[in-house]
Structures are given as C-alpha cells and as structure tokens.
Design a protein around this ligand. Sequence first.
Ligand code: CAA
Length: 259
Amino acid sequence: MAYQNLISEVKENILYLTINREKALNALNKDTLSELAEAIAYAGNTDEVRGVILTGAGEKAFVAGADIKEFADYNGEQGEELAKKGQNEVFNAIETSPKPFIAAINGFALGGGLELAMACHMRIASDNAKLGLPEVTLGLIPGYGGTQRLTQLVGKGKAIELITTANMITATEAEKIGLVNYVVPLEDLISKAQDILNLIKQRAPLAVSAAIKSVIASVNDADGFAVEIESFGKCFETADFKEGVTAFVEKRKAVFVGK
Ligand code: CAA
C-alpha cells in the first residue's frame, strides 16, 4: 500500500508500519491518522498479517505527539471530535485488533505518541527513548486514551504524577514502572520485536486473537471473565485446537492454519 505519511510493508507475515514525518518528529496530523486507520483495518482483515511492528522514521522520535500546529485554532467541539475520531479509528482499533501490535519506540514518545504506543499490545523501547505525556504544558490533557491506558499500565499514583508534572522519563525508568516490556539498544529494537512476533507466529492464530481479546476485556469490559469464558469455549471449535492437542499426543510440533 502506498501512503504519504506512512511506510507500510509486509515481510514474512509481519506488517511493518513506519510513521514517516521525520521533519515534524513524526507528529500525528489528520492525514497520518487516516492512513494509520486504513493500515490497521487491513492488518485485522488479512490472514497474510500475523503481527504488526509500529515505529517512527529516523533515530530521534517514535512520535512527538498529535500535530500541535494542526489543532492550534480548534474550539471545544473540534477538540472533542479530534479525540473521538482518533480514539475510535486508530487507538481503540489497534487495541481491539485481532493481530498483536508491538510499538518499537525508537526515540521521543510524547503525548499522542506515547498514547499510540500504549494502545499497542506490547512496547519495546530503545535505550535513547524518552517517554511522557506533556499535554498540560499546552493547557490540555491527553486526548487519545492516555489518562486511561497509562493508569491501567502503571497505576493511578504514577499516572497522575506523570500527567500532571508532564515529566519525561527515560526508557529504563519506563521499564521499571511497567510502561515498556523491554529496553534494548536502538540497533536491536526491530529484531527484538521480530523475535516476539516470530514466537507468536508459531502459535494458533485464533487462540492468539482470543487471548488478546480476553486480556483487553480485563481492563475495558465490565466482565472480562465472561469474555474469557466465551473465547475459551470458541477455541474448542477451531481446527487449530484439534491440531494442537493431536500434535501434543503424537509428540510432534503443531502446524496451525488459523481455522
Ligand atoms: N506537533 C507538530 N510539530 C512538532 C511536534 C508536534 N507534536 N513535535 C515536534 N514538532 C516539530 C517542531 O515544531 C519542529 O518543526 P520546525 O523544524 O518546523 O520548527 C520539528 O518538529 C523538530 O522539533 P524541535 O525543533 O522542537 O526539536 P527539539 O529536539 O528541540 O525538541 C521535542 C524535541 C522535545 C520532542 C519537542 O519537539 C517537543 O516538545 N515537541 C512537542 C511534544 C508535545 O508537546 N507533544 C504533545 C502534543 S499534544 C497531544 O499529543 C494531544 C493529545 O493527546 C491528543
């Protein structure tokens, strides 16, 4: 797929999405968000894609936030619409995708950039990365789900501290509080994400999707346990379940087909 602000490439069943506005530190303007929405929908709908790695172009920024210049003149109604559309089409769409998304945080992940990383199912940061939600320095609050997802990931006290102080933290500090899964040298960032997805690629695709759905329900749904029970039951109806248990009994490696 050819985009203006996004590089999109599928290699060995992994979709690589690179936000490509390096001069603006990959800030998320409307066009970039639309392109992202399209790519996320594509990933969810094709069997060719088994996982997604999302990163930013260059070595300075993952994403430095929503595009401040674009919303500088907005009124309240436009601000609300910006948050609603972005959350529905991009941030929630990533979180509820049946495919695992890994954010490969290669530099600044600020504001909407950190919110984008937090919408992904896992986060790996390079050791030069800086993370924060600086919206209050602009007289705003996070609008792409940051108040909710940061609280889910690091707890209420730390979330309120980070959001109200607007402090940027290092990748190592982020790992310590559970905001990122791993910290690695920049040159190893993509290969670390590939290692995780290559493991996931060996697992039963429908079970992977059901697991993600059930985990996400634990934070977003009234009754995550009910979602888990239903998803668990559905797994029994898949060909991959039959293959998985047969392979176990026959002491061989399972070959999953995603059915
Ligand atoms: N929006 C638009 N442009 C941005 C941007 C953003 N979020 N972040 C950086 N840029 C642009 C700069 O304006 C600059 O462009 P010009 O060369 O045309 O002037 C270019 O990227 C390089 O940036 P700097 O010169 O500022 O680079 P620096 O190394 O001095 O500083 C930085 C880096 C600390 C990340 C700084 O750019 C910065 O503070 N950026 C803004 C971070 C921010 O506040 N993000 C939150 C946005 S609001 C939001 O996201 C709302 C929401 O939740 C929905």
